[in-house]
Design a protein around this ligand. Structure first.
Ligand code: ADP
Ligand code: MG
Length: 410
C-alpha cells in the first residue's frame, strides 16, 4: 500500500504533511512526539517493540543530520515525578538500537534543556523526561505547550496510540508549529485504518471480540455499515446471545446492553451485514477455578457454567465463512486467551485470517495484538495497529485530536 496515497482516504488527510513533504532538515531541531510507553522492570526496558516502531521516523531525520528531541509519556504518573516511570532507561535502549549515544534531560523545558538542544550534535537525539510528570500534559495546557515549543524548529507526531487524547504534546503543541508533520508510523496507521473506514476492498469482514460489549458496540455499529459479515466472539458474544434469548449461564454479561445488542442485530440485518454469533462454547466453572474445559452441545450455556471461549463448531464456521474476504479487520480475543486451553478460539482465528488469501488483513487492540504476537503469525497480517484505544476510536469514526492538530488548511 502506498501510504501517502492511502492517507487521502482519511477525511482531510490531504491537509496532513508527511516526512516526504519536509524540506531538508540538516541542523534543524525537530521535536518528535513518539510513543515510548514501554514496560520497564528494575530500570531496564523489557519489551522494546514500541521503540523499534519509532525508528523509521527517527532514522529518516537523523540521517539528514537533524537534531532530534524525542518526547513521550510513560504510564500514569498523574502530573507528578515518579522515579520508576522515568524515560531514562528508554533513552538508553534507544541509544542501543540507534547505535549511538543519546542525551537525556530530566527537565522538559527551561534554559538548561534549551541549551542542550542547541549543543546537540547533528544527527543525535535528546530524550526529555516523561511528559506526564507535568500536569500540563494531560490538561492540554497552552502554557506547557508553549514552553515545549521553544525546544524545536519543527514538529513531528509519530505517537498514534495517544492521538485520541487531547493532550498538550499532540494537540496544543502541534498547533504552535507552522511546520508540523505526521511521522512514518502514524502515516501507516492512518492509511491502514482510514482505508478500512473509507475505501476498503470488498467484501470486507470483521472479527470482533474482547471483554466488554459496551467498549465495542460503536465499532460494531460503524463496521456493520461497511462489512458484509461480522464474526463475534469473546465475552461480548454472550450479551448478543442473551438478546436472542439464548441461555448464557454464568457467562460475563452486560445486562444494560442487552437491548442495545438486540437493536444492533436488527440494524445490521437492514444494512445487509450478517452477524455471526458462537454456535458452541468452551465452558468453565468459574474465573478462579475454571475446572475441566468442556465443549457445550450447542449455543445454550448450562446454568452453572460460564463460556470462556468459542467452541470447535464455531471455529469451523467462522473459518469457512471468512473465505473470500478481501479486507479483514480483527479486534478482540475470542476467549480468555490468557488461560489455555481457552486460547484455542483466538489462536484459530489468528490462523484462519493468516491463511486467507486477502490483500488487506489488519489487527488492532492491545490484547488482540498480544495474542497475535503469541501465535507467531503476525507477519501474515498486512498491518498491526500499535494503538489499542486509538485504533478503536478511529474506527468509530471520531475525529482524533492528535490527527486534527496536524492538518494545515492552505
Ligand atoms: P483488545 O485489547 O484486543 O481490544 P479487550 O481488552 O476488549 O481486547 O478484551 C480482552 C479481554 O477479554 C481479555 O483479557 C480476555 O480474557 C477477555 N475475554 C475474552 N473472552 C472472554 C470471556 N468469554 N469471558 C471473560 N473474559 C473474556
Ligand atoms: Mg484490552
Amino acid at each position: 500500500m502506498n501510504t501517502k496515497e492511502a492517507l487521502k482516504n482519511y477525511p482531510g488527510g490531504n491537509y496532513i504533511s508527511t516526512l516526504d513533504d519536509m524540506e531538508p532538515v540538516e541542523g534543524k531541531r525537530v521535536f518528535v512526539r513518539v510513543d515510548f510507553n514501554t514496560p520497564i522492570k528494575d530500570g531496564v526496558v523489557t519489551d522494546n517493540t514500541r521503540i523499534k516502531a519509532a525508528l523509521p521516523t527517527l532514522e529518516f531525520l537523523l540521517n539528514q543530520g537533524a537534531r532530534v528531541i524525542c518526547a513521550s509519556h510513560l504510564g500514569r504518573p498523574k502530573g507528578m515525578v515518579k522515579e520508576e516511570l522515568s524515560l531514562e532507561p528508554v533513552a538508553q535502549e534507544l541509544g542501543k538500537l540507534l547505535g549511538k549515544d543519546t542525551v537525556f534531560s530530566h527537565e522538559h523545558y527551561g534554559m538548561a534543556v534549551k541549551n542542550e538542544t542547541r549543543e546537540l550534535r547533528k544527527g543525535h537525539v535528546l530524550v526529555i523526561e516523561n511528559l506526564r510528570f507535568d500536569p500540563g500534559e494531560e490538561k492540554n495546557s497552552g502554557d506547557f505547550a508553549g514552553r515545549l515549543a521553544h525546544l524545536a524548529d519543527l514538529y513531528v507526531n509519530d505517537a498514534f496510540g495517544t492521538c485520541h487524547r487531547a493532550h498538550a504534546s499532540v494537540d496544543a503543541l502541534a498547533r504552535l508549529f507552522e511546520k508540523r508533520f505526521c511521522g512514518r508510523l502514524l502515516e501507516k496507521e492512518i492509511a491502514a485504518l482510514g482505508t478500512i473506514m473509507h475505501n476498503p476492498e470488498r467484501p470486507m469482514t470483521a472479527v470482533l471480540g474482547g471483554a466488554k460489549v459496551s467498549d465495542k458496540i460503536k465499532v460494531v455499529e460503524t463496521l456493520s455499515q461497511k462489512c458484509s459479515k461480522i464474526f463475534i466472539g469473546g465475552a461480548m458474544a454472550y450479551t448478543f446471545l442473551r438478546a436472542l434469548k439464548v441461555e448464557t449461564g454464568k457467562s460475563m454479561i452486560e445486562n444494560d446492553m442487552v437491548g442495545t445488542c438486540a437493536k444492533m442485530l436488527e440494524r445490521a440485518e437492514k444494512n445487509k451485514c450478517k452477524i455471526y454469533l458462537p454456535v458452541d462454547h468452551l465452558l468453565a466453572d468459574s474465573f478462579s477455578e475454571p475446572g475441566e474445559a468442556i465443549v457445550s452441545d450447542n449455543a445454550h450455556i448450562p446454568s452453572e457454567k460460564m463460556a470462556f471461549d468459542i467452541g470447535p463448531k464455531t471455529i469451523e464456521l467462522y473459518t469457512r465463512e471468512l473465505t473470500g474476504s478481501r479486507t479483514v479487520f480483527w479486534n478482540g480475543p475470542m476467549g480468555v486467551f490468557e488461560k489455555p486451553p481457552y486460547d484455542h478460539g483466538t489462536m484459530a482465528v489468528a490462523k484462519a485470517i493468516a491463511e486467507l488469501d486477502a490483500p488487506i488483513k489488519i489487527c488492532g487492540g492491545g490484547d488482540s495484538v498480544a495474542a497475535l504476537n503469541k501465535s507467531g503469525l503476525a507477519d501474515q497480517f498486512t498491518h498491526i495497529s500499535t494503538g489499542g484505544g486509538a485504533s478503536l476510536e478511529m474506527l468509530e469514526g471520531k475525529p482524533m485530536p492528535g490527527i486534527e492538530a496536524l492538518k494545515i488548511y492552505k
